[in-house]
Design a protein around this ligand. Structure first.
Ligand code: C2E
Ligand code: MG
Ligand code: MG
Ligand code: MG
Length: 277
């Protein structure tokens, strides 16, 4: 009896697992085709100077324009792209597209691009980036690379060498999602970052929650003592904006300023802001 029940349960589990494996396989096939067919686009979210409110940069955020599913967010396909290696062509496409679109913006603001730890395992990454800068004509100082702790976890010596090469090429280096990892503090000392991006999990309960307020304040102070700029991510309300600006962070990013915008809308945003100034 027990044995039969166990077998039945195992079959149910088996079927569920098989379904998941199948779903993954079909997503992988679709993703592979999508890379070939170019079904991706970049949206841009403005980063504003905390004091003047001026747009000083924009973060490029990838979306998959899926023929049936509509707009798919990166959380739903970047992990698979990383597992399958498709992140390599996709990541190169993102860099190239972000740099060439930034060349057409009406203001010489910076463009920030997210890099996957998988892209870092390729020794030629610095050359790839220099080639893209040369091909698109974007000055190196207008490109910022956003890197998460996942990169630092790999091989510290190699990572340090790669980051140093990128830095001497003249691009900016930002530590993304700061505070969510295990050893963010020691990484700040060891690696040549220009900027810290405070993770939005610390912003959610601002300004009411005293612990969140203390953490954000401490990160901003630490950044300024280390000579690093700080961007606070995920600022959704006027109260949050006022709080982080009064704490002297360098830049603010979040829905309160703007959601990530498709390229034409982002251009309109820049033009409106210019007209207002
Ligand atoms: P991230 O680099 O930390 O990007 C910020 C994310 O927070 C974006 O989500 C953005 O839309 C969202 N966000 C911005 N302001 C607010 C706000 O005020 N409230 C809330 N709730 N969310 C806000 P998105 O576009 O879904 O991207 C998620 C993550 O996917 C990114 O996190 C980044 O790690 C990754 N990603 C996006 N584009 C790329 C890419 O081209 N390459 C790689 N490797 N990763 C990417
Ligand atoms: Mg980012
Ligand atoms: Mg982030
Ligand atoms: Mg993130």
């Amino acid at each position: 009896q027990a044995k039969a029940e166990g077998k039945a349960r195992f079959r149910v589990f088996d079927a569920a697992l098989a379904e998941r494996v199948e779903a993954r396989r079909s997503l992988e096939t679709e993703l592979r085709c999508a890379v070939r067919a170019g079904e991706f686009e970049l949206h841009y979210q403005p980063l504003v100077d905390a004091h003047s409110g001026e747009v000083t940069a924009a973060e490029a955020l990838i979306r998959w324009r899926h023929p049936r599913r509509g707009l798919v967010s990166p959380a739903d396909f970047i992990p698979l792209a990383e597992e399958t290696g498709l992140i390599m062509p996709l990541g190169a496409w993102v860099l190239h597209t972000a740099c060439s679109e930034a060349m057409r913006w009406p203001a010489a603001i910076k463009v920030a691009v997210n890099l996957s730890p998988v892209q870092f395992r390729d020794d030629r990454l610095p050359e790839t980036i220099e080639d893209i800068l040369r091909a698109t004509g974007l000055p190196a100082h207008r490109l910022e690379l956003e890197i998460t702790e996942g990169v630092m976890l790999d091989d510290e010596e190699r990572t340090l060498m790669m980051l140093s090469r990128l830095k001497s090429a003249g691009v900016g280096l930002s530590m993304d999602d700061f505070g969510t990892g295990y050893s963010s503090l020691s990484y700040l000392r060891r690696f040549p970052f220009d900027k810290i991006k405070v993770d939005r999990s610390f912003v959610r309960q601002l300004p009411a929650d005293p612990e969140s307020a203390a953490i954000v304040r401490a990160i901003i102070t630490m950044g300024s003592c280390l000579g690093m700029a700080t961007t606070v991510e995920g600022v959704e309300t006027a109260e949050q904006y006022a709080f982080v600006a009064s704490e002297q962070c360098s830049q603010v990013q979040g829905y309160h300023v703007s959601r990530p915008l498709p390229s034409p809308d982002f251009l309109a945003f820049l033009t409106d802001q210019k007209a207002a100034a």
